[in-house]
Write a protein that binds this ligand. Structure first.
Ligand code: AMP
Ligand code: MG
Length: 420
């Protein structure tokens, strides 16, 4: 009798459902908006004042009475941005104004400096058609008082940071981003600065996974390498549970006698699944211990990173308050034959390019062994080869997860403005 895993094999869909029901956004926190970029808003942001807060000139020029039409005006003063000059405009007069300056009382238009000539305290208005309101940004043109500026759920990017500044919100309430404790396991794993003794390899997974955590906008906590010993494993897992919002391990989830991660998580909390019908990543494991979600990645570096992509990243984004937690996906046309066994759904690494006809082409990154991290380097897509079918022929259309930037097939890229 072959030794069977005690964990039932479940589908990828089921695994994602299980994770989703056990993951909730972290509690909201109020932080300085200086530090808020990349966070998701946990509150609606309203404008308490209009923007602009006063009628402002949109050009450097002369504030005038529009009905006066073209011709000579006496210059009665200067109104610069940032001040309230005591200058009033009556018919036949004007005031110099700068961009962003309040419109002096009495004026209802601004003539651009390019359409004027100045001599002896007078300005000659050359523009023939001066409409009331010309070159004036009315109160509230950009933002009305009381307007909802940024709804809850907004991801704070550069424009949103500027809007927070505009509406004077120096403190904002955002979803906390998960701290993710990352550890590698294995008696054979050593630090990258160590020479290799016989039987050893250097750690890849901690760096891959911490990088993936950062790329998801979360904060990694480095727990180092743990030996395949029950005591040290327990100590390090406990440290991770105490210090972080999520525990992320790699290795030690196969069928070996020293694969101790699953039994430990099962004994300490609830192990929700320990085997998924996916390749790579079959032994991927999800447990909740003391309310902390724990993801155990397989040891092979590609398995670890692909499992992170498929199972962990959406969970981290959900915890951070994102509503769109899954990678975008799109149909892609295979450039080569991809070998595949029908037993499991497989995620193969590809380079996606946008063809001239607008469709995506998927080109393999080469040998797809679970240990060959080079198959993931430079990959911007994972093509999903569903179970139930063997090899995929060139030209087959499959679904691809988009995990990086897609370039056009015609490289080098042309300047987007040329020929437009
Ligand atoms: P395991 O899941 O512990 O059985 O490991 C499966 C394979 O992945 C073995 O060949 C390990 O040597 C390798 N492996 C495990 N952890 C790492 C790691 N952190 N970095 C690179 N390779 C690893
Ligand atoms: Mg191991």
């Amino acid at each position: 009798m072959p030794i069977e895993s005690p964990y039932p094999m479940i589908s990828i869909e089921r695994a994602l459902d299980i994770i989703s029901t056990h993951i909730q956004p972290l509690p909201a926190v109020t932080i300085s908006f200086y530090d808020a970029q990349g966070y998701v808003l946990a509150e609606d942001i309203f404008a308490v004042e209009p923007m602009p807060p006063f009628a402002a000139s949109s050009v450097d020029g002369y504030a005038v009475v529009a009905a006066d039409g073209p011709g000579r005006r006496r210059i009665v003063g200067d109104q610069a941005a940032g001040y309230m000059a005591e200058v009033e405009i009556e018919p036949g007069t004007s005031a110099r104004v700068t961009t962003g300056a309040p419109i002096p009382p009495g004026a209802d238009a601004v003539v651009m400096v390019e359409e004027t000539e100045v001599a002896d305290g007078f300005v000659e208005i050359l523009a023939s058609d001066i409409r009331s309101g010309a070159n004036i940004r009315p109160v509230g043109q950009d933002i009305e008082q009381g307007q909802l500026v940024l709804p809850q759920g907004t991801i704070l990017g550069p424009a949103e940071m500027g809007l927070l500044g505009t509406v004077g919100r120096s403190q904002v309430t955002v979803y906390r981003r998960p701290r993710v404790a990352v550890m590698s396991t294995g008696d054979e794993i050593v630090e990258p600065d160590q020479p290799l003794s016989p039987g050893q390899i250097r750690d890849a997974n901690r760096f891959t996974l911490m990088g993936a955590v950062r790329e998801a906008g979360c904060e990694p906590v480095d727990l180092g390498i743990v030996r395949d010993k029950a005591n040290s494993l327990a100590d390090t897992i406990e440290r991770g549970l105490a210090e972080a919002d999520v525990l992320l391990t790699s290795g030690g989830v196969s069928m070996g006698q020293l694969d101790l991660v699953k039994p430990y998580l099962a004994a300490r909390g609830t192990l929700h699944f320990g085997r998924v019908n996916t390749k790579p990543g079959k032994p991927v494991t999800f447990a909740v211990v003391d309310g902390v979600p724990c993801f155990a990645m397989p040891g092979f570096p590609v398995s670890a990173l692909v499992s992170f992509e498929v199972f962990v990243r959406p969970a981290l984004l959900k915890m951070a308050g994102y509503t769109h937690i899954y990678r975008p996906h799109e149909k892609a046309i295979l450039a080569q034959r991809l070998s595949h066994t029908s037993a499991r759904t497989e995620f193969q690494r590809v380079v996606l390019t946008r063809r001239a006809d607008g469709r995506l082409a998927a080109s393999t990154t080469g040998f797809q062994g679970s240990g060959r991290l080079l198959s993931m380097a430079g990959a911007n897509g994972l093509v999903i080869l569903p179970h139930g079918q063997d090899d995929y022929e060139p030209g087959s259309v499959v679904e691809a997860l988009i995990i990086g930037r897609i370039l056009a097939e015609t490289e080098p890229q042309s300047n987007p403005i040329q020929g437009v």
